[in-house]
Each structure stands twice: as C-alpha cells, then as structure tokens.
Design a protein around this ligand. Sequence first.
Ligand SMILES: O=C(O)CCC(=O)C(=O)O
Ligand SMILES: [Fe+2]
Length: 343
Amino acid sequence: MRVMLAKMSGLPKRFFSQKMRNIMEHWSIPMLWMFVKSRGDEVYIDQPCFYTRITDRPKARVDEPYRFTPEQLLQFHKNGFIGPLRAMSEEEMGVFRKRIEPILNQRSDAFGKKTVRDRHLDEPFIRDLFRRPEITERVAQLLGPDLMVWRSQVFNQKPGASSIEWHQASTYMAENFRVPILIPRDKNDLFQLTIWIAIDEATVENGCMYFLPGTHDKIRTIIRGGDSQFYQSKFTLNYDINPKAIVHMPLKPGEFVIFSERVIHGSPGNNSDKRRMGINFRVVSPETTVYQNQKKHYALHLNTSWDLSNWGCMMIRGNDNYHRNKMLKEQVQETAAVNGSVG
Ligand SMILES: O=C(O)CCC(=O)C(=O)O
Ligand SMILES: [Fe+2]
C-alpha cells in the first residue's frame, strides 16, 4: 500500500480528480487499508488518533473559584468528560432561553438560511455566554490558555425526538470523508474540547447526553449501512456497548459538561413530553487551522452545505499568536478586552 501510494504521489497532479487528490492528501494508510480490506463496508469514523496525556496538572493558571482539583483533572483525562458544572443561574438561563427561541425560526444572517449551526456569528448574546469565565477558566485548565471557538450548534430535541447515535470525532473529516475541518499541530494531543450547555433541563427521560468513559483512547471504525441512523447517514459504530458502562449527564438549565469529542457519546432520544434544548460550542487553540482554504463546507450526514464567506473564528480567552485563521470581524475590537482575562 505504502509503495503504491508513493508511486501514485509521484505522478503529476492532473492525473487525478480533486476527489482523488483529497483522499491521497488526507486519508492515512490505516484509513485506506481499512477501506480496501472491507471493500468500503468499514471505514474510520474520523482521522485516527490516540489519547496519550493523562495528567493531574492544569494547562493554565486560573482564579481560585474556577480551579479544578488534581483529582478532577485526572478524572477528566481518564474519562474524557467532566460535569455538571455551572455557567449561569437558572434565572439567567431563562432569559437566554427566551432570546434564543425565536432566533431558531429565523434565517441566519451569516449563512443566509435557517440553521442550528453557528448562530453565535449573528448574535452577541450567544458569544457572551461562550466568554463567561465559569466556562473559559475551566476549559483553559484542560486545553491551555489560548482558546478559540470555531463552531456552535443548538440541539433542540423535541418530545419524541429520536436518538443521536453513539459517535466520536477528531478533526471532523467525518463530515464529508474528504478534507478535515481541523488541522492541529499534533492529532494525538488533546487539541479540541466541546462545551454542551443545558438551555432546558436535560434529564434521563428527555434524553440528556450520555458517555462511555475512557473511550477517547482512540478513534473507532463504523460499519456502513444497517439500521442505525446518524442524522441522514446509516452506520453503526464498531464498538460493543456495555450498558453498565454508560454514564448519563443530567443537567439543570445553565449547567454544562466539557468533553472530548473523541469519547464515545450521544443521547437516547426524548421519551418525555418536555423539550430538551442545549447549545454546544467547540474550542481549539488558535494554533489549529480551521477550514483551510475552504470557501464552502459540505456535511454528508446532513446533505447540505454552508457558505463560509461570513464565517470566522472567535477568541474567548488569551491570545492568538498564530494569525492562521479567519476571525470574526467584530473580534478585532473585542481582542483588547479578551487579552485582559486571567493569564
Ligand atoms: O445533543 C446531543 O444529544 C448530542 C450532542 C453532540 O453529539 C455533541 O455535542 O457533539
Ligand atoms: Fe457529538
């Protein structure tokens, strides 16, 4: 396989379609080998990587009220998630809820269409939530002092909503199996975290998120086809789920959980008459390149694309010493304020 690829990569680029060139550039040998061996039935769910750094040391110094104990840090690195933690009071979340509800029925200015993705691009009050020290100071201890948001999403699980199948992710190559969204310095290092904040109360009955502790050790494969549905794609994660190992994460409004997307996670669907709405956002260091040279992003499991002309990243803590990424316009004025945060 290695020899074949080396020979192929020596050929002039015009010999290959863009699709083929993407595959040669971004599919590693294990990814290609899995595809060939299974004749396309089994593929890695995302670019393979391994979790190596279990530590009880914080990656940033923060003020006392937000500080994790060494036991909490160790627990996070062993499990791949930590929560519940509080971002704001239930009353404050009530105000946030009233503001976000109507927006979801409106077109996003940034993308020119109705979408649950990246509504923070249009709405300063959502950006304010992501910048709360209750969140940033916790995340900094796990990921490092310089934090940049590149994606957010509202998960509005109405009564009767179906499950969000067990899944994991690394560089979000899984969204189209051609090009990764994220290019970190080292794929194996912890380069990203997701923060999921409860807008409504999330309970076991209305389908709070659940996790399989310790499964962030590596990226698994998926078996294509079958009955399991991940949005519009049909696949099953190749992992034998032990029901006893499942950890549910009930959250009160205003509480959040921090997790590595590499940990196997999902939610069981809403079997109640109460809505379960939450908002997540994904954070990397500004050292990571996001949507490199991409003008448009296509997600296979949703069969839709987003025009990235108005998209940009946003610093929520520390400094961007790399200037690699397109930033939100208003970030220029906001940077001074962010630089004042705890270092
Ligand atoms: O809201 C959910 O149930 C799933 C969320 C999720 O998969 C994520 O935040 O990555
Ligand atoms: Fe997820």
